[in-house]
Write a new protein. Structure first.
Length: 100
């Protein structure tokens, strides 16, 4: 599956998470996932909460519009973003430099 796909009234993205990084950043990863670097440690859900906040900020949606649908405790996670799928896909493509 590609790094993102339009699904169910929004966009589903795959993200590979690296916790305990120097700062938070969401960038292009491999063809099948985005890469998230999080300053938070993977303790008591802190990294997941930081990931949701980072994805919401990057895609310009409220935090309540972002939820983890797979990989709650894994490095590779699948998230669903509620909203305009075309607009969200443009943001994802811009992370890879393939659109704006």
């Amino acid at each position: 599956m590609p790094a993102w796909a339009e699904r169910g009234g929004g966009l589903q993205i795959a993200v590979r998470v690296t916790p305990r990084a120097g700062r938070d950043a969401l960038v292009a990863g491999a063809a099948d996932h985005l890469a998230a670097r999080l300053a938070a440690a993977p303790v008591d859900g802190a990294a997941n909460a930081a990931l949701i906040a980072l994805v919401a900020k990057t895609f310009g949606v409220p935090r309540r519009a972002v939820r983890i649908v797979a990989g709650e405790t894994a490095r590779l996670k699948r998230l669903h973003l509620d909203g305009d799928a075309e607009m969200l896909a443009r943001v994802a493509a811009a992370l890879y430099g393939t659109g704006a």
